[in-house]
Every structure is written in C-alpha cells, then in structure tokens.
Ligand binder design. Structure first.
Ligand SMILES: [Fe+2]
Length: 297
C-alpha cells in the first residue's frame, strides 16, 4: 500500500485511477445482511479500498431491522460503535424529522439540506469517527439526495494547487469547535484539531471538516484561511462529486468521507416519510484482523 505522504505521487496516481465515476456507480447486491457472503465482502472491501465508500442493496428490503444493521456493522469491521447523544441504546440512530425530544433542532433531524461535512468533526481525535453506515428504510416523496466525495481526492486537489495549503490544514489547532453547552451544562468540551491528519495507528489520511460557519472557529492564519476558502470552492462544483438518492433497502458504508444531503419533502403517506438508520464507528471499515486476513490485499 502506498503512503499518502512518503509515496505521494504513486498514491495520487492510484487514487485518481481507482476513483468511482458517477456513470459507473456500482451497487453491491446483498442477499442476507445477517450473513454476508465472502464474495459480497470482497466486492464491498474492494470498492472501499479504491474510493473509501460502497453502496449496497439488500435483496429483500424488509430484512433490514436494527438488529440486522447492527450485525452488518460487525461483519464489516465496525466493532466499536459510537454512542452519540442522538443514538438509541443499540448505538443505531433513526434519522428522521423530529419535532420533539433531545434531537429537536439538530439539522439531520429536520428536512433541511445538510452542507458538506465529515461525521463527528466535533469529537476529540481519539474518538474520531472512522466509518459510518447509512441505511435507507424509507425515502422521502422528494429530495434527500446524498452528495459524496472521497476526502482523499480533495487532499490531492489541494496538494496540486500548493502543498502549503495541506501543511496549513494539518496544523493541530486549525479548527476549533466551541464547547456544547445546553441549559448551563457542558455536554462536550471545546475541541481543537487539524483538518487533515494521519491516524498514527493505521497510517491513513483522515479529515475533520464542516462547511458550516456558525459555532466553529478557524485559526486566523492567512494560508489556512486561503485553504478553507479553496475547500469551499472545490466542494461547490467538483468533477469528483457523486450524487445518489438511497432507495429503501439500500445503504452507504464509508470511511467517513465528505458528504452532504439535499433538502427533502415527506409525502402524506407513511411510506414517503424519510427514515434512515445510521451507525458510526471508531474503526475503519474492514480493519478487523480476522476480516483483513480473509480478504485479498
Ligand atoms: Fe453526516
């Protein structure tokens, strides 16, 4: 495997040649989410190795329960799941419009568009979300399309403009998320960290990013601010962006790549009320030793 820093040009070449193209977006059929076959695992692992994500489709959408999604996460190597403020007891969140309760007001739980981000950008680095699974139970009458771009490709586009932009984004205090205080109680402390960084345990390129401008603080550094503007520009119109609206029974797995969602409108019947199950993990996909031994390198 090439290293994104020491073997940059080979790594760059490989990433660009293996990237997914919109017209060739491949969907992996899955017969039984409770027992993925070796060939299903190999197909998913190969797509993830190439471009950090894969989309699957269950043969029978009705087989998707919280238990079967949970089972899939373990089979994919997502062993340690994030129990965030909005997840249920089984660590799987139901993402749908919520007008009441503790998720009220969080954009994922509204019909609004979600701008570009990586998940858990507000977490501390030791709790970085390395992967997530998003499974569609029901889609909306209109909208709710996902936009995806492998963050490694944004790294390449920035590096090609100037390596100094990458250096600025790798500063340990590039992006600070102020503490989350609700009703006078601190639910999360302030988090400072880089935008791009190397995970020292698995030597992969990670990204923490949000396009939102409220409740975040960028380090006031000229090159960094130029890099942040450049990311915004690159994300607003990029040949590498993939668009896909998940249908019931389909799901996305990824190594926490950049993503967003368009606004949606639910219909009047229950089948047109958008519901997604989401699991987030501190593990990278297919990183379990047992799993990586079973898969081709
Ligand atoms: Fe997200």
């Amino acid at each position: 495997m090439y290293d994104f820093e020491s073997d940059y040009s080979q790594w760059r070449e490989l990433k660009l040649s293996h990237r997914t193209q919109q017209s060739k977006l491949e969907i992996v059929p899955i017969a039984n989410p409770n027992a993925l076959s070796q060939s299903e695992l190999v197909s998913l692992a190969t797509l993830c190795q190439n471009d950090n994500f894969a989309i699957y489709r269950l043969g029978q959408p009705s087989l998707a329960s919280k238990a079967s999604i949970r089972s899939m996460t373990s089979q994919l190597g997502m062993l340690s799941l994030d129990q965030n403020l909005c997840a249920d007891n089984d660590s799987i969140s139901s993402i749908k419009i919520m007008e009441l309760g503790h998720t009220r007001g969080y954009i994922p739980y509204t019909a609004n568009a979600l701008n570009w981000h990586t998940d858990g950008y507000y977490n501390s680095l030791h709790e970085h979300i390395h992967s997530f699974l998003l499974h569609c139970i029901q889609n909306a009458a209109k909208g709710g399309k996902n936009m995806l771009i492998n963050h490694e490709l944004i790294y390449i586009q920035l590096y090609d403009k100037s390596p100094a932009l990458i250096t600025a984004l790798m500063q340990a205090d590039a992006l600070t998320i102020p503490a989350n205080i609700e009703g006078g109680v601190e639910r999360r402390s302030a988090q400072s960290g880089p935008v791009f960084y190397r995970d020292p345990s698995i030597n992969t390129l990670q990204m923490r990013y949000t396009a939102r401008s409220r409740s975040i603080e960028w380090k006031q550094d000229t090159v960094l601010l130029r890099a942040v503007n450049m990311i915004e520009e690159l994300l607003s119109d990029n040949e590498f962006t993939l668009n896909y609206t998940l249908q019931p029974g389909e799901g996305l797995i990824c190594n926490n790549i950049l993503h967003g969602r368009s606004a949606f409108t639910n219909g009047n019947i229950p089948e047109q009320q958008r519901v997604m199950y989401r699991a987030r993990s501190y593990n990278r996909l297919f990183s379990g030793e047992q799993l990586s031994n079973a898969l081709p390198q």
